[in-house]
Design a protein around this ligand. Structure first.
Ligand code: SF4
Ligand code: SF4
Length: 88
């Protein structure tokens, strides 16, 4: 059985160790913390419909447990955030 939760925002619970960095970093409050069947703390992308595809959670996760399904413009948005500039 897959331990990946979410469709657009995918969290692999076999990798996540519950550090909560994604919860703190996400600008649209996509994640909540919960426990898996073994009692381990994990991040659940329960509000993934609110995701703006900024990719920040992918960067802050220390163990690369998160994968964001790419859509057009995501990489551009990330670069803008990293550079702090808007090229428009
Ligand atoms: S990509 Fe951005 S908006 Fe989407 S879940 Fe990650 S931090 Fe939140
Ligand atoms: S940042 Fe990564 S390891 Fe930490 S709670 Fe989120 S998904 Fe899990």
């Amino acid at each position: 059985m897959s331990k990946v939760h979410g469709y657009t925002v995918r969290v692999d619970w076999s990798v996540c160790y519950g550090c909560e960095k994604c919860v703190t970093a996400c600008p649209t409050d996509v994640f909540i913390m919960m426990t898996d069947t073994t009692g381990k703390a994990v991040a659940d992308p329960i509000r993934e419909a609110d995701c703006i595809l900024c990719l920040v959670c992918e960067i802050v996760c220390p163990v690369k447990a998160i994968y964001i399904e790419r859509k057009g413009g995501s990489e551009d948005t990330l670069q803008s955030l990293l550079q702090g500039t808007d090229e428009n």
